[in-house]
Design a protein around this ligand. Structure first.
Ligand code: SF4
Length: 355
């Protein structure tokens, strides 16, 4: 091991914050086992108890019609295509009802950028859910959707967020971040919100008291330096606002109708990036493992690479499934996976409160 890397290990062990150069060196030169060890030290600093949390919720995609045409998307459709849909309020309420009946405490509501839907559609969805299911947490609309609403309806981002919150929005999912560098975004999602727009929406949301998660989709042809840059942008924003409740990295699923053809990121790369996320993001308490994209076995291993949360039992998921990723689970199985890894399973709600 080089002396530079040894110095980084010693800094991390002392609880010191690492910089971008050190993070890149870790990603390039440290072994997965070394990274996992260091990440677990940080994980137990934030969460001294050996518990791993999970949630029961449902991803509801209100429309798959989208004009943004991201190269990695296997989910969206043109309006004229077979299978294109927009949910009615009745369909949506039925899905929320099923979620509640199955013990779900929240819904994650996201959709395509559909130019035909009026702003009232979104407000009506939120207020109808809150009217019929006041206890269900509404985690909805990633930053690119908020930017799309702002541009389509001629309102500022704070105005959009305030109106959605008034109607029932409680927190924002961190989707649509992919990699927060313009180099990658221009290549894989040139029509989507820019890095500054994604971060700007999150900053406004946090300023208004709306918490959010942050995500990263990697393995889509970006450089390792871009992964580090992404983590740095998220950490800097969190330093200013403290509004991120969790960070969720996952890998691009190159399947289905997605145009972007690259080799799928390895499990080793996933675990290394997960561990690095835990080490670098010293100001974000919760790091979530993605069993949905990696499978339950790797999800379980991820609990020894810095993750303290195994995400959702996920009653419904459409986006990753459209790319051919078919992992499924149920609550008993998820609890078993957590227990077998040596942790106590603990059900939570969307904002990481106890269920
Ligand atoms: S990823 Fe989202 S914004 Fe991009 S094409 Fe798919 S649905 Fe549209």
């Amino acid at each position: 091991m080089g002396s530079d890397l040894q110095q980084v290990f010693s800094d991390i062990a002392k609880g010191k914050r690492i910089d971008k150069a050190a993070a890149l060196s870790l990603l390039l030169n440290a072994s997965p086992v070394e990274l996992g060890f260091l990440a677990q030290e940080r994980r137990f600093f934030h969460h001294p108890e050996p518990a791993v949390t999970y949630i029961i919720d449902r991803n509801i995609n209100y429309t798959n019609i989208c004009e943004t045409l991201c190269a990695f998307c296997a989910f969206s459709r043109a309006e004229s295509e077979e299978g294109a849909y927009s949910l009615s309020i009745e369909d949506l309420l039925q899905k929320v009802k099923e979620t509640v009946e199955l013990g779900g405490t929240g819904i994650l509501l996201q959709g395509g950028h559909n130019p035909k839907l009026p702003f009232s559609y979104y407000l009506d969805m939120l207020s109808a859910i809150k009217r019929d299911f006041p206890d269900i947490h509404i985690h909805a609309f990633s930053p690119p959707e908020i930017v799309f609403f702002s541009n389509s309806f001629g309102m500022s981002v704070p105005e959009v967020l305030s109106k959605l919150r008034e109607a029932g929005l409680q927190s924002l999912p961190g989707g649509g971040a992919e990699i927060l560098t313009e180099k990658s975004r221009k290549r894989i999602a040139p029509k989507k919100a820019t890095t500054e727009e994604w971060l700007g929406v999150m900053e406004e949301a946090h300023r208004l008291g709306i918490p959010s998660t942050a995500t990263m989709m990697f393995g889509a042809g970006e450089g390792d330096d871009e992964i580090v840059e992404h983590l740095d942008r998220v950490r800097s924003l969190q330093d200013r606002t403290g509004g991120f409740t969790a960070f969720i990295p996952w890998t691009y699923q190159p399947g289905g109708r997605a145009k972007l053809k690259v080799e799928k990121a390895s499990y080793t790369k996933y675990l290394k990036v997960l561990a690095l996320s835990r080490i670098y993001l010293d100001n974000i308490k919760n790091i979530q493992a993605s069993w949905l994209t990696q499978g339950l076995d790797i999800g379980q291993v991820a609990l020894h690479f810095g993750a303290n949360d195994l995400g959702s039992v996920m009653i419904e998921e459409n986006v990753v499934r459209a790319a051919g990723c078919s992992h499924r689970t149920n609550e008993a199985e998820l609890r078993e996976v957590i227990a077998t890894a040596g942790f106590a399973p603990k059900k939570r709600r969307t904002l990481y409160e106890g269920a």
